[in-house]
Write a new protein. Structure first.
Length: 367
């Protein structure tokens, strides 16, 4: 081979070798840069932002009752239908039960008969007492006997009256009245239908929708910040352009065992009748704390089998600090633990970072 052909070939081989070395250097540099980013630190400080919790909720009637028949009977009259407005005490349904009418008549007749017996016995007793004013006119045994009979007849009269009142109260069950003012939202009966207390289907359903309950299930971490009287802003999915305000009226005071959340109710006056029971609401709840706390990036908190913790830098080495989580705010989370203003923690914490790992000083940035 001629010398002029060998020289360019050698130059090409040298250039190719240099390129391969540069590629290898780049491959080694990338893991190093990734490690540097993982060990980046931030300095923590306390703040007290207004956190807004967004939760779905459900509107429910302020009052709702299913009305059932309390005695076996037949539907005689139906005075309302679905959508009718009713007032408390208004008659809704009239039932009839011939056997109850017969029982009432018999009980009343028994009372009248027992009254006659008692009055006769009492009259006899009174006459004998009057006659006994003359000493020796009436034998003592006779007076004792008539007195015992009077007491027995009086007791039987009381029992007859009690039975009559009881059957008469049952008769009152044949007239079904509205327990409160509201709207009939369901009807499941027709004239002549046989009904009774064993039925699982109500005759009517009445709801009070003048006032609605906004039901919410609030996560455990957020319940301490919600107080009775707080304002909740919401809208319903079918009318997203209309905003409403409800006031927190009740807190259950206990957590749901499965969801770890507290049931909260907010009352809403449905003046314009725009909202209906069982609509789904999207709510915004302000969660203002009375003191400043630590908020850190969500990626700074590790949740693992070892618990929840952040990684603090102490004398150039990592140390796991147990924390509990609170409110969420934008891309940050509130944390509680043995931390102080100015502490440095890893910005991107991971359970893969072993406790005691060295952190280069140049990675320790501020806030």
């Amino acid at each position: 081979m001629q010398l002029k052909n060998i020289i360019p070939l050698a130059a090409l081989l040298i250039l190719s070798a240099c390129n391969n070395n540069n590629k290898n250097d780049n491959k080694d540099a990338k893991p190093a840069m990734g490690m540097m980013n993982m060990m980046e630190t931030i300095e923590i400080s306390k703040s007290n932002p207004l956190v807004t919790l967004k939760l779905p909720g459900e509107l429910k009637p302020y009052e709702q009752t299913e009305l059932f028949a309390k005695v076996n009977s037949y539907v005689k009259q139906i005075r309302v239908d679905i959508g009718d407005k009713v007032i408390a005490g208004q008659t809704l349904v009239v039932l009839e039960a011939p056997e109850i009418v017969s029982q009432i008549a018999n009980a009343k007749a028994k009372v009248q008969a027992q009254e006659a017996i008692y009055l006769s016995t009492k009259s006899t007793y009174d006459r004998m007492l009057k006659a006994d004013e003359t000493k020796g006119a009436v034998a003592k045994d006779a007076i004792d006997q008539i007195k015992a009979r009077k007491l027995s007849d009086e007791s039987q009269l009381a029992a007859a009256r009690s039975a009559y009142n009881e059957i008469r109260n049952i008769n009152d069950y044949l007239v079904i009245k509205a327990p409160f003012s509201g709207t009939i939202t369901n009807r499941n009966i027709d004239l002549g239908a046989y009904v009774g207390p064993m039925s699982k289907t109500p005759l009517l359903v009445i709801e009070n929708n003048q006032k609605l309950r906004l039901n919410l299930s609030v996560p455990e971490a957020n319940t301490p910040y919600i107080k009775i009287g707080d304002t909740i802003r919401f809208y319903v999915r079918s009318q997203p352009q209309v905003k409403h305000i409800a006031l927190v009226s009740r807190k259950s005071g206990s957590l749901d065992e499965r969801l770890r959340s507290e049931k909260i109710e907010a009352d809403f006056i449905n003046k314009e009748k725009l909202l209906k029971a069982f609509m789904v609401a999207e709510t915004s709840i302000p969660l203002q704390n009375s003191v400043a706390t630590f908020f850190v990036p969500k990626m700074s908190v590790v949740e693992s089998g070892m618990g929840t913790y952040v990684i603090r830098i102490e004398q150039g080495k990592t140390k796991n600090i147990p924390v509990s989580k609170g409110r969420m705010w934008e891309d940050k989370v509130e944390i509680f633990g043995e931390l102080s203003e100015g502490d440095k923690i890893l910005k991107m914490a991971s359970e893969e970072i072993m406790e005691g790992t060295d952190v280069p000083p140049k990675n320790q940035t501020k806030k």
